[in-house]
Design a protein around this ligand. Structure first.
Ligand SMILES: [Mn+2]
Length: 393
């Protein structure tokens, strides 16, 4: 059987204060096309359906339309709540809509019964904190110290799954939304994931031992963790500047059983964004020239501009006229380079001439000395201020 694995849709998220609604619709259309084209029998959404536990109305409508279209197609949806979602709100009416093939796990109770599709078990594990597992665990488990952090909490849950009769009966897919690592090595991360501080929330990939495929959500860059079959699909949209260089994709997973042996194949299918998020670096003149050569659609992209001029004027307004969806402007010039090398003397010599002091400050800020016309200007300004001050006394 074949299915598509995606995650981290973050419906309702904005980029540079602009709605991504059209972008999300465009990508959900692509997802549905891919499901049809690949003859997939299910679609997995591994958490962070929404950007927020209180999603916008537009986001709820989008998800509603998506699951309705999937139900009409007769292709089951297997979704879990992520750390951005409210499990209870995402899973509202889940027992009812499960009858239409839409399976949404938002609470721990959903974990212990698999959804069986075409002879494959899907175990849906919503994002859980150790405290959730502690209130679910038996007193014996707790006394034995089995739930002390994210890893031990998840291990207890999955150990329980592994001892079920169903687990031994069919190939097993686990759907989860956690921070999974290999021997404590941090995977490629991006700033839009909102991970908690520290590393106590990480879970070693070995807790998924015995599962034929682990469909993960949470990390936004597509990657395997520890083995090929433990995989982050990544977010299909670039959600922050830190994701500019990621290749966004959906995963098509194939599971085959013959002679009692299960084999898993997977393929990454690139996602084409409606509007890309890309970095453009150069002087303002260069950037404007480049923008002028782009067609109308390309100029709709989100632009992260890195400006190299030392004395740029009115940059944001000028760039926004060329690229209306300017995401952010940062600078890589003499000023920012000097900022890393600033040395502040411990004492300021107040005996020094005020123009000399200003000259030093200017050099610290810009990395170059005052030019003749600049120092004339500053001199004139100081003269004016200092004389006026004298008058006031
Ligand atoms: Mn996420």
């Amino acid at each position: 059987m074949r299915f598509v694995h995606t995650s981290d849709l973050h419906l309702g998220r904005k980029l540079a204060q602009m709605s991504l609604e059209r972008d999300c619709e465009y990508l959900l259309d692509q997802l549905i096309d891919l499901i049809k084209r690949s003859d997939s029998k299910a679609v997995v959404v591994a958490g962070d359906v929404y950007e927020s536990p209180n999603p916008t109305e537009a986001a709820v409508r989008m998800w509603d339309r998506f699951i309705t279209r999937m139900a009409d197609l007769g292709v089951p949806v297997l979704a879990v709540s992520g750390n951005h979602d409210s499990g209870a709100r995402l899973a509202v009416g889940s027992d009812l809509i499960a009858r239409a093939g839409i399976h949404i796990a938002g609470e721990l109770d959903d974990v212990l019964k698999p959804v069986v599709i075409e002879g494959v078990n899907f175990w849906l594990v919503p994002f859980v904190r150790p405290a959730d597992v502690r209130s679910w665990a038996t007193k014996q488990d707790l006394d034995a110290g089995l739930v002390i952090n994210y890893e031990t909490a998840l291990r207890l849950l999955l150990d329980t799954v592994r001892t079920t009769e169903e687990f031994g009966a069919r190939p097993n897919v686990c759907v989860a939304h956690q921070f999974v690592t290999n021997a404590g090595v941090t995977p490629e991360r991006s700033e839009s994931e909102h991970l908690s501080l520290g590393t106590l929330d990480n879970v070693d990939y070995r807790v998924f031992e015995g599962f034929d495929y682990v469909a993960l959500g949470h990390i936004h860059g597509p990657q395997r963790i520890g083995r090929d079959e433990v995989r982050y699909a990544g977010s299909p949209l670039k959600l922050s500047a830190s994701e500019i260089r990621q290749n966004k994709s959906f995963v098509v997973v194939g599971i085959k059983t013959s002679g009692g042996k299960t084999s898993v194949k997977y393929k990454l299918v690139p996602v084409e964004p409606l509007r890309d998020l890309r970095e453009e670096k150069g002087s303002v003149d260069e950037l404007l020239r480049r923008a002028g050569m782009e067609d109308e659609q390309k100029r709709e992209d989100f632009i992260h501009a890195v400006v190299t001029d030392d004395d740029p004027i009115d940059v944001v307004a000028r760039l926004r006229r060329a690229w209306p969806n300017l995401e952010q402007v940062t600078f890589d010039n003499a000023i920012t380079r000097a900022a890393g090398e600033v040395q502040v003397s411990e004492e300021i010599d107040l005996e020094k001439d005020v123009l000399d002091l200003f000259g030093e400050f200017f050099q610290m800020q810009t990395g170059k000395p005052l030019a003749k016309d600049e120092s004339d200007l500053v001199n004139a300004a100081f003269e004016k201020v200092l004389t006026k001050g004298g008058d006031a006394e």
